[in-house]
Design a binder for this molecule. Sequence first.
Ligand SMILES: *Cc1c(COP(=O)(O)O)cnc(C)c1O
Length: 493
Amino acid sequence: MKYFSTRNSEYKVSAAEAIAKGLAPDGGLFVPSVIPTMSSNDIKQMCLLNYRERAAQIISMYMEEFSEDEINDFVKKAYGDNFDCREIAPLKILDDKTAVLELWHGPTCAFKDMALQILPHLLTASLKKCGEEREVCILVATSGDTGKAALEGFADVEGTKIHVFYPHNGVSDVQELQMTTQTGKNVGVTAVYGNFDDAQTGVKKIFGDREFADELSKRGYFLSSANSINWGRLLPQIVYYFSAYCDFVNSGKIHFGDVVNFAVPTGNFGDILACWYAKKMGLPVGKLICASNANNVLTDFFKTGTYDRNRTFHNTISPSMDILVSSNLERLLYSVTENDKQVAGYMKELSESGSYTVDDVVRFALATNFESGYCSDEDTKKTIAEMYTENGYLMDTHTAVAYKVMSDVRAKRMSTVPTVVVSTASPFKFCDSVLSALGEDSNAKGTELIERLSEKTGIDAPKPLAELDKRERRFSVSVEKEEMKKAVSDFLG
Ligand SMILES: *Cc1c(COP(=O)(O)O)cnc(C)c1O
């Protein structure tokens, strides 16, 4: 199977090339030329498998030039005892028609682990298949979650190095501790004086510096990113939608063949897009419920057909969804139009004016598949408190956004369709907001907050967070943004 660019379907590459390159030269994203399908019987058989076996089966369908042994090996390395439960992505049943898919049992306690634990293996194998002999150095600018997940994924993976930049005083205490205590021989972590935009602009500048690239090449390195537009990050996410469906059937709460809705807390549109591909592959998905916070650019898009990023940016208590340009939406537009010129046109308008309007055919296709809504910080906290007191279930802020939007949609449509709410982070990752939702405005800091939440709820914090204060701090350097290139150069030795 070939992959091509959303902006030029003539430009075809293999799966390995798509992953090795990340982004097409025309700025488009790589998409599979055909979506493989699974029969009802195939899906039924999948219900008997464990997570690793489910993952190997789905990933193989998209990566024909990789052998079964190779893929089994990646999956084994990615989804093992680095997760704190055997199920890897357990489905918790809340009531007869509602379940929560917990995607935060990996080493950094957020859903980015689902993809970033396997990406380094997909990437190094893809580079090898493409004949790349230089060593890859991954550069990341992070506002918190992605940096740590990328560090954990790439730590001690042979043939790779990773350097993460985060804004000095711009991430939470826990996030900073998570990154500065990172182990591994091939990792570097540096704070940048400035905000997240400064760090990101700095990294983009380094990527665009031809002279520096030539110099690094002579030293045997090339730079790459691990961001969520890489096909190698999207593909592993398709797996857990199939897995959740199978587990819902296995729980006895639904019958095989019943249609299920998924509610997804959305930022860059990667997670929910994977659900779209699962549906295209044959999974009985009804509505995809796209949940946003106050940065509700997607809610407006689904309602009006106009995507408009010209609006105020809000800092919310669900920060991983504070995004105004959802890059992966481009793949959805390609999927419903199958027209590269049309997608290229929309993206050109977006970059020139910050907005575009899709035609009625696209709007109709989206309306039959998606529901959307958004949730304020106040309602997010209210939802956390209600879920905890009424169901004894503790959820983080991102998950609460999805739950609230799901409830609103259910009420509005008077729907009784069984629904899976996708849970993207452990509540212990966002302790201060969760504690405040439970009525505790303590002035505790850092890891004390983790203990407070544990005491308050009687729930144990995930080990990687509970043990943070016992870990040795390895990185403590902060640099000016002009010094970021030198930091990379020094790091590579
Ligand atoms: C990244 C992230 C999201 C958003 O996922 P997208 O794929 O960007 O839509 C939601 N919740 C958490 C906790 C995240 O880290």
